[in-house]
Write a protein that binds this ligand. Structure first.
Ligand SMILES: [Zn+2]
Length: 351
C-alpha cells in the first residue's frame, strides 16, 4: 500500500546521512511500529475533543423573559444558591428595549447564562446592544458580561469604582472559581470581564433614549452597590440591597448600612416597578420588608448584646421576632450567620 512520507521521518532520514541529496520520492519509507497509526489518530482525536468540549460547560436552558413594564424585561432566576442543577443561574438579569437599542442590567453568573440572556433578547428585538450595567461585585450578577462583550466587543459596561477595584484585586477570579466549585464545572469557560466605565452616586447615563440615574449609599450589601432608577419607565433596580421573599447574603454587607440606605432610597427615588436582585419584581413593599427584617434583626442583636448575651444565646428570641420572615428562602440556613455577623457589627459599633 502506498503511504505518503511524514515530514518528521523524512528529516530524520536526511540527517542520518549528511551530504546525501534525495528527492522525497527516492527516500525509502521506514516504518517505526511503536504505535499503530489508527491508535495515534484515535488518541489525537480524543485529546482534541476534550480540549474543545471540556473547556465549556453546557448551555443554560432558556428561561422566559417577562415584560414587567413596556419594553422592560426581567428573567426571574431560581432562588437557590448555585448548584449543578441551576448551573449557577440564580439572579434576575433584565433588559430594556427601545427604538434605538438594548440595555442589559446584570447579565448573570456565567458566560452560559449571558448567552441565554442574549437568546431571550433576540426573541424580542434585533436592535443593537448599547450598554451593560452591573449592580455590584457579586459574580452571580455579572460574570455574564463575557457573553455581552463577545457579542459586541465595544459595548460599555458600567459599575461602581469600588467594584472595578475589587475585581482588579482578584474578586472576579474568586467568583469564577466559586461558581465552578458550586456547579461542579457547569460554568466552565467563564472568564472575568470587568466593567470598564465607573459610575457613582448622582451620575446619569443617557443611553437608548433613557436615563439611568445612579444611587450609591456606601456600605450596604457590599461596598459597590448601585441602585439604578430609570425615570422614563418608573423603574428601579435594587440589586441585592433588597431581595423579594429571599434572605440576602450579608457576608460582605452592613445591617445598619442597609437600613439607612433603604430609608434614604425612599426619599431619593420614585418608581412603580422595583426589580430586586433575586425574587419576583414588585413594588415598594420589597424595600419595606427588607428594611424591617434588617432593622428588627440588628435592633434585637444590639439590645441583647447590651444585656450580655452571646450570639447563639440570642437566636431563639430573634427567631420569634422575625417570625414574619420565616418563609423566606434561605431563612433557616442563613439566620444563624446573620446573627453572628450582626453581633460582630454591634460589637464594633459599641466600641
Ligand atoms: Zn449580592
Amino acid at each position: 500500500m502506498h503511504r505518503p512520507l511524514e515530514p518528521a521521518r523524512r528529516i530524520r532520514y536526511l540527517e542520518m546521512q549528511p551530504g546525501a541529496l534525495y528527492k522525497s520520492r527516492d527516500i525509502p519509507t521506514r516504518r517505526v511500529n511503536f504505535m499503530p497509526r489508527y491508535a495515534f489518530y484515535l488518541i489525537a482525536g480524543l485529546l482534541f475533543s476534550f480540549s474543545v468540549f471540556a473547556a465549556r460547560g453546557p448551555e443554560v436552558p432558556d428561561y422566559q423573559a417577562e415584560e414587567m413594564a413596556p419594553g422592560v424585561f426581567v428573567i426571574h432566576g431560581p432562588l437557590d444558591y448555585p448548584t449543578p442543577q441551576n448551573q449557577g443561574f440564580m439572579n434576575n438579569p433584565a433588559f430594556l428595549v427601545t427604538d434605538s437599542g438594548v440595555v442589559v442590567v446584570d447579565p448573570g453568573s456565567s458566560v452560559q447564562t449571558g448567552e441565554m440572556v442574549l437568546r431571550q433578547i433576540r426573541k424580542v428585538t434585533d436592535k443593537p446592544l448599547l450598554a451593560v450595567l452591573n449592580t455590584h461585585v457579586h459574580g452571580d450578577h455579572w460574570l455574564g458580561n463575557q457573553a455581552m462583550r463577545d457579542a459586541v466587543p465595544e459595548v460599555p459596561i458600567y459599575g461602581h469604582p469600588k467594584m472595578l477595584e475589587a475585581v482588579e484585586a482578584g474578586a472576579g477570579q474568586s467568583w469564577v472559581d466559586l461558581m465552578m466549585r458550586a456547579t461542579e464545572g457547569a460554568t466552565e469557560g467563564t472568564e472575568v470581564v470587568a466593567p470598564n466605565k465607573p459610575v457613582d452616586d448622582g451620575d446619569e447615563i443617557a443611553v437608548a433614549g433613557l436615563t439611568f440615574r445612579i444611587h450609591y449609599y456606601g456600605h450596604v450589601h457590599t461596598h459597590s452597590d448601585l441602585m439604578i432608577e430609570v425615570p422614563e419607565k418608573e423603574l428601579l433596580f435594587l440589586g441585592d440591597n433588597a431581595n423579594n421573599g429571599r434572605i440576602v447574603r450579608m457576608d460582605d454587607g452592613s445591617f445598619a448600612g442597609t437600613v439607612a440606605a433603604l430609608e434614604q432610597l425612599k426619599k431619593d427615588a420614585s418608581a412603580k416597578v422595583l426589580v430586586p436582585g433575586h425574587g419576583r419584581t414588585g413594588g415598594w413593599e420589597i424595600v419595606d420588608a427588607n428594611r424591617d427584617y434588617m432593622a428588627t434583626l440588628y435592633g434585637s442583636v444590639e439590645t441583647l448584646f447590651e444585656e450580655g448575651l452571646s450570639d447563639f444565646e440570642m437566636k431563639p428570641q430573634i427567631v420569634e421576632q422575625l417570625v414574619a420572615f420565616k418563609d423566606w428562602v434561605g431563612f433557616e440556613d442563613e439566620l444563624g450567620k446573620h446573627i453572628s455577623l450582626a453581633y460582630l457589627q454591634a460589637e464594633e459599633a459599641a466600641f
